[in-house]
Design a protein. Structure first.
Length: 888
RNA sequence: GCCCGGAUGGCGAAAUCGGCAGACGCAGCGGACUUAAAAUCCGCAGACCUGAAAGGGUCAUGGGGGUUCAAGUCCCCCUCCGGGCACCA
C-alpha cells in the first residue's frame, strides 16, 4: 500500500493555531494538515523503518504488542488510546537500543462479516478485506510504527491452515474431542457459545439476548487438562495486573474436597420401622435392608466439607441428574414435578433472574445410606444443585451450609449440629450454641462418632482417607473451568478438518491435504444450521481411508482459536512449512509487554495461556506463558458514560485528526489521564494539546537555526545562570521520562513535564533569540526536546529532526542519558513549620547541614512570632525536605 | 453477598519513600496587540473570614476515629461510584 494520503481519511483542514502577533507573521505556522501527510508519504517509502531485526543483530530484544483488532472498518478512540500507549513504548525502546518487534494484524473471522453480507449483499471476505484496508489507512494516518511486513490476517488460508494443523495435533493427543452435551446457544448469533462467552446468562456480543441451553454434538478442546497449571502459573505472572489474575483464579475455581458415595436403598415401602416423622429408624444395613444394587447402586457427591458428613440429613440432586431421570421413568407424578422444576428454571433464565430464583425442590421418596453412619437419608431433587458442577449431587448439611440451611428451613428438614466453635464450652461449662448456619472451619466436631473432638481440617483428611480405604470415596479436586467448546454453526471461520465416514467413523483430514479451504462463493442466508452444510461441493468428500463418499464437518472454529496464537505467527509470518519457526519464536518470546483492554481478562487471555502450554508440550516453544507483562488500559468514556451509538456520545478519531492532526489526537489520549484509568474525552482538552504543539513548533523553528551553529560542539564547562536553569530543567525532564518508561507509564505526567520545559524555554524566548544562550547549549536543549517528543508526537518530532539537519531516522538516535548533577538544584526551598503549620520558606543549598537549617529557620520573623512565649520541645530537621519546630 | 478498583478546585488531573496539597492542562477572569473580533502573548486564580491595599487568619484531598513532630499517603470503621464473580456444594 502506498503511503499517499487517501481521500477517504479526512485530513486536517483547520489550522490549529494562527500567527502570533508577538512573533513574526512570516514564520511558517504549525500545520499538521500539511506536515503529517508529507511524513506519512516519506515513511511509506521506508519499509525498514519499523522493521524488527534478526536475532543476530546483537541487541537485546523487546516484543511489545497491542491486542489485534477486529476489522469493523472504523477505529474508535479506545483503539487510538491502546495503540498510542504501545507506540510510545515501542518508540522509546527503539531509542533505548532494543531490537523491537512491534507488529499488527487482524482478527478477521467472525459473525459481523456474515451480518454485513446479509445486509449489503457483499461476500464476507470482500467486506472484511475492505475494512482491513480502511483501518490500516487510519493506523498509518495516526503515524503508528508497525512492522507491516509481518501483518497477520486470520481469515486468509495461509493463516487458518495452521489452526487446522493445530487441531489435528490436538486431536492426535486426545486434546480435541467430540461429545454430545448441553451447550450455550445464542439465538441472535445462531450459534453455540463457549462458557467464557456467556455473560450474566446473555451473549457477550448481544447483551440483551438470553442464551439458551441446547443439546448438541460439539468439538471441545481439553483446557481442563491444564486447569491446575493455569492456576499455579498465575502466581508467576507478577507483571500482570492483580485484577486479571484474580479474575482468572475465580474462573478456574479450584476447590479441594472429597467425593463420597451414598448407597441407594430399597423403596421406602419396604422399610418396616419408621419414626413418627416418617424417617426410617436407624437400620442395620446388612440385616434388614439391602442396598438396591439394581436401581442405582451409588450416588456420588462432591463436598468441600466432608467433616460435616455426620450432619448430612438429606441428599440433593440436580433435576437433570441421571438417577432422577430414572426414578421419574418409574413414577409419573415425580416426572411431572421434575418437568415443572426444569420449566421454572428455564423461565427464570429467560427472565434473567436465575440468580435470585427461590430454592425449590421435592422428595423422591427414596433413601440412601450415609456411608459413615449407616443412617438412611432422604433423596431430594433441588433446583439449587447444578448438574454441570461436581457430580450434580450434594449432601445437604443444613446446620453448616447457608444454602442447605435455607432449603431445610423451607421444607422442615432435619438439622443436626456437628461443628462447634472453639472452645466448645462456655466459661460456665455450658455447651455453646452456634448461630446457624455455622460455617466456620476453625472449629471442633461433635456428634461425629470417632471423629468427635477433632478439628475440621484434621477430620477432613482422616475421613477422606477412611472413605478411600473402604472404597466409597476419596479426596478430590473440582474445578469450575470446563473444556472449551469450539464448534460454531457459522460460515465465516476456520473449517474444522474432520470427516465423518460411514465405514471408518471420524477421520481427520490428512495433514498434506491442508488447508481445508473455506468456499468463497456461497449464499449467506438466515436459515438455521451451519451454512457450510448447504454447500454440497464442500460437505461431500471422499473418505481419506476407504475412498467412499463421506461427509465433511461443516462447523467452523470459534474465532478465539485464531487469536490464541497469532502473536507467535508475527515472529515468522510467511512460513509455509510450519505455523512458525521454533527457534525464532524462542528468541522473541515471551512477549515483553502485552497491552489491551481488560474485557479480555478471561476470554482471550485464558485461551492463549492454554494454547502456549499446549504448544510447549508439543515441543514447539520453550516458554510456558505467552506474556511476561500485561497492561490493561482504562476505557475511553465521554461525559462519564461508556461511548455507545445509543447514547450518541461517540468520538470519531477521523474527526479529531481532521481538526487537530494525529500528533495532537494521540498526545491527548495519553495526556488526559494515566493509561490505566478511564479517560473522559473532552475536546477542549484536545485543543489545549494542539496549542502546546504549536508553541513547540514556533519555538523550535526559531531556535534551531541558532542552535545549528553549535552542532557538534561539546557543552561548555560552565553555564550562565540562564543556561544553567534551562539545562537543569531539561535534565529533570529527561530523568522523569526515563523513570516513567521503566514501568509506571504515567505518560500524562511525562507530557506535563515536557510542557513545563517548553514553558521555561518560551518564557525566555526573547533572551534565547537574542543570543543569550550559547549555540551549543541551545543545540542540546532543542535536540533533546525533539527526542522526548518522539514517543508522543512522531510527526512533529520528525519534522524538527530534519530541520536540525539529521538525515537518519529519529528512532535510531540514542535516548539521552540522564545526568543527575545537571538536574540538581543549586538552591532549594525548605518549608519551616511550627507545630506542623507552615510559617516560612527558607532558601538554602540542598546539602545544608542541620545547624544551618536551624539557624536560618529561627531567623524568620514569622517563625519567631509563632514561637513567642512557647517552650521549644523538639526540632525536626530533615535536610532537603523541611524544618518543623514543636513548641508548647 | 463475595473479590478488585476508585472518590483531591468549576472540570481532566499532580503529589513515585509519611514532609509546602492542587504541578500540567481545560474552562474562567484581567491586561497587551487589534478599528473590532478571532488567534496569539503576558498575568491572576482552592474555599471562607479579615483588610483600602499590601497582607493576615481559618478551613480544605467522600465521612468518622486512630498512629505520628507531620497523613491525600499508614491503621480501623462507614458511605457512595465503577468493574468482575455470583446458589460452584
Amino acid at each position: 500500500m502506498q503511503g499517499k494520503a487517501d481521500s477517504t481519511v479526512p485530513q486536517p483542514t483547520l489550522p490549529a493555531t494562527g500567527r502570533g502577533s508577538r512573533t513574526d507573521a512570516h514564520l511558517p505556522r504549525y500545520n499538521p494538515a500539511e506536515l503529517e501527510p508529507k511524513w506519512q508519504a516519506v515513511w511509506a517509502e521506508q519499509p525498514d523503518l519499523y522493521a524488527a531485526q534478526q536475532p543476530e543483530c546483537g541487541k537485546p530484544k523487546y516484543y511489545v504488542l497491542e491486542m489485534l483488532p477486529y476489522p469493523s472498518g472504523q477505529l474508535h478512540v479506545g483503539h487510538v488510546r491502546n495503540y498510542a500507549i504501545g507506540d510510545a513504548l515501542a518508540r522509546h525502546m527503539w531509542m533505548r537500543g532494543y531490537n523491537v518487534l512491534h507488529p499488527m494484524g487482524w482478527d478477521a473471522f467472525g459473525l459481523p462479516a456474515e451480518n454485513a453480507a446479509l445486509k449489503n449483499n457483499t461476500p464476507p471476505r470482500d467486506w472484511t478485506l475492505a475494512n482491513i484496508a480502511a483501518m490500516r489507512r487510519q493506523m498509518e494516518r495516526l503515524g503508528l510504527g508497525y512492522d507491516w511486513r509481518r501483518e497477520v490476517t486470520t481469515c486468509l488460508p495461509e493463516y487458518y491452515r495452521w489452526n487446522q494443523w493445530f487441531f489435528l495435533k490436538l486431536y492426535d493427543k486426545g486434546l480435541a474431542y467430540r461429545k454430545n452435551s448441553k451447550v450455550n446457544w445464542c439465538p441472535e448469533c445462531a450459534t453455540v457459545l463457549a462458557n467464557e462467552q456467556v455473560v450474566n446468562g446473555c451473549c457477550w456480543r448481544h447483551e440483551e439476548t438470553i442464551v439458551e441451553q441446547r443439546e448438541l454434538e460439539q468439538w471441545f478442546l481439553r483446557t481442563t487438562r491444564y486447569s491446575d497449571e493455569l492456576l499455579r502459573d498465575l502466581e508467576k505472572l507478577e507483571g500482570w495486573p492483580e485484577k486479571v489474575r484474580t479474575m482468572q483464579r475465580n474462573w478456574i475455581g479450584r476447590s479441594e474436597g472429597a467425593l463420597v458415595d451414598f448407597t441407594v436403598l430399597l423403596p421406602v415401602e419396604n422399610i418396616a420401622a419408621r419414626r413418627d416423622d416418617g424417617y426410617p429408624v436407624k437400620l442395620n444395613l446388612t440385616e434388614t435392608m439391602l442396598p438396591d444394587e439394581e436401581a442405582a447402586p451409588r450416588i456420588s457427591v462432591f463436598t468441600t466439607r466432608i467433616d460435616t458428613i455426620y450432619g448430612a440429613t438429606s441428599l440433593q440432586l440436580a433435576p437433570e441428574h441421571p438417577l432422577v431421570t430414572r426414578f421419574a421413568a418409574e413414577d409419573g407424578e415425580l416426572a411431572k414435578k421434575v418437568r415443572d422444576l426444569l420449566q421454572e428454571q428455564k423461565s427464570a433464565r429467560e427472565m434473567g433472574e436465575l440468580g435470585n430464583l427461590e430454592k425449590n425442590g421435592f422428595a423422591t421418596g427414596r433413601f440412601a445410606a450415609n456411608p459413615f453412619t449407616g443412617e438412611p437419608v432422604p433423596i431430594w431433587v433441588a433446583n439449587y444443585v447444578l448438574m454441570d458442577y461436581g457430580t450434580g449431587a450434594v449432601m445437604s448439611v443444613p446446620a453448616h451450609d447457608e444454602r442447605d440451611y435455607e432449603f431445610a428451613r423451607k421444607y422442615g428438614l432435619e438439622l443436626k449440629i456437628v461443628v462447634l466453635p472453639r472452645p466448645v464450652n462456655d466459661s460456665d461449662g455450658q455447651q455453646k450454641e452456634p448461630l446457624l448456619p455455622y460455617t466456620e472451619e476453625d472449629s471442633l466436631l461433635i456428634n461425629s462418632g470417632e471423629y468427635t473432638g477433632m478439628g475440621c481440617s484434621e477430620a477432613q483428611q482422616k475421613m477422606a482417607a477412611y472413605a478411600q480405604e473402604h472404597g466409597f470415596g476419596r479426596a478430590s479436586v473440582t474445578y469450575r473451568l470446563k473444556d472449551w467448546g469450539i464448534s460454531r454453526q457459522r460460515y465465516w471461520g476456520t473449517p474444522i478438518p474432520m470427516i465423518y465416514c460411514q465405514t471408518d467413523g471420524l477421520v481427520p483430514v490428512p495433514e498434506d491435504q491442508l488447508p481445508v479451504l473455506l468456499p468463497e462463493k456461497i449464499e449467506i442466508t438466515q436459515e438455521g444450521g451451519s451454512p457450510l452444510a448447504r454447500v454440497p461441493d464442500f460437505a461431500r468428500v471422499t473418505c481419506p481411508k476407504c475412498g467412499r463418499i463421506a461427509r465433511r464437518e461443516t462447523d467452523t472454529m470459534d474465532t478465539f482459536v485464531d487469536s490464541s496464537w497469532y502473536f507467535y505467527r508475527y515472529t515468522d509470518p510467511r512460513n509455509s512449512e510450519a505455523p512458525f519457526d521454533s527457534k525464532t519464536a524462542d528468541y522473541w518470546f515471551p512477549i515483553d509487554q502485552y497491552i489491551g483492554g481488560v474485557e479480555h481478562a478471561i476470554l482471550h487471555l485464558i485461551y492463549s495461556r492454554f494454547w502456549t502450554k499446549m504448544m510447549r508440550d508439543l515441543g514447539l516453544v520453550q516458554n510456558g506463558e505467552p506474556a511476561e507483562r500485561l497492561f490493561t488500559q482504562g476505557m475511553v468514556i465521554r461525559n462519564g458514560a461508556k461511548m455507545s451509538k445509543s447514547k450518541g456520545n461517540i468520538v470519531s478519531p477521523d474527526e479529531m485528526i481532521a481538526r487537530y492532526g494525529a500528533d495532537t489526537t494521540r498526545m491527548y489520549a495519553l495526556f488526559a489521564a494515566p493509561p490505566d484509568r478511564d479517560l473522559d474525552w473532552q475536546e477542549d482538552g484536545v485543543a489545549g494539546v494542539s496549542r502546546f504543539l504549536s508553541r513547540v513548533h514556533r519555538f523550535a523553528i526559531q531556535a534551531i537555526p541558532l542552535a545549528l551553529e553549535g552542532r557538534g560542539e561539546r557543552l561548555p564547562a560552565s553555564f550562565s545562570a540562564l543556561e544553567r536553569r534551562l539545562i537543569r530543567k531539561l535534565h529533570q525532564t529527561i530523568g522523569r521520562l526515563t523513570d516513567e518508561f521503566e514501568g509506571r507509564w504515567h505518560f500524562n505526567t511525562c507530557i506535563a513535564g515536557i510542557m513545563e520545559l517548553v514553558n521555561e524555554l518560551t518564557g525566555e524566548e526573547s533572551a534565547i533569540l537574542a543570543g543569550e544562550v550559547r549555540p551549543s547549549v541551545l543545540y542540546a536543549l532543542t535536540r533533546n526536546l525533539i527526542l522526548m517528543l518522539e514517543a508522543f508526537a512522531p510527526y512533529l518530532a520528525a519534522e524538527l529532526w530534519l530541520q536540525l539537519g539529521e538525515e537518519d531516522a529519529l528512532l535510531r538516535a540514542p535516548w539521552p542519558p540522564y545526568d543527575a548533577s545537571l538536574a540538581a538544584e543549586d538552591i532549594v526551598q525548605i518549608p519551616v513549620q511550627v507545630n506542623g503549620k507552615l510559617r516560612a520558606v527558607i532558601s538554602v543549598p540542598p546539602a545544608s547541614e542541620q545547624e544551618h537549617l536551624q539557624t536560618m529557620a529561627l531567623q524568620e520573623p514569622k517563625v519567631q512570632a509563632a514561637l513567642e512565649g512557647k517552650q521549644l520541645v523538639k526540632m525536626i530537621l530533615v535536610p532537603g525536605k523541611l524544618v518543623n519546630f514543636v513548641a508548647r
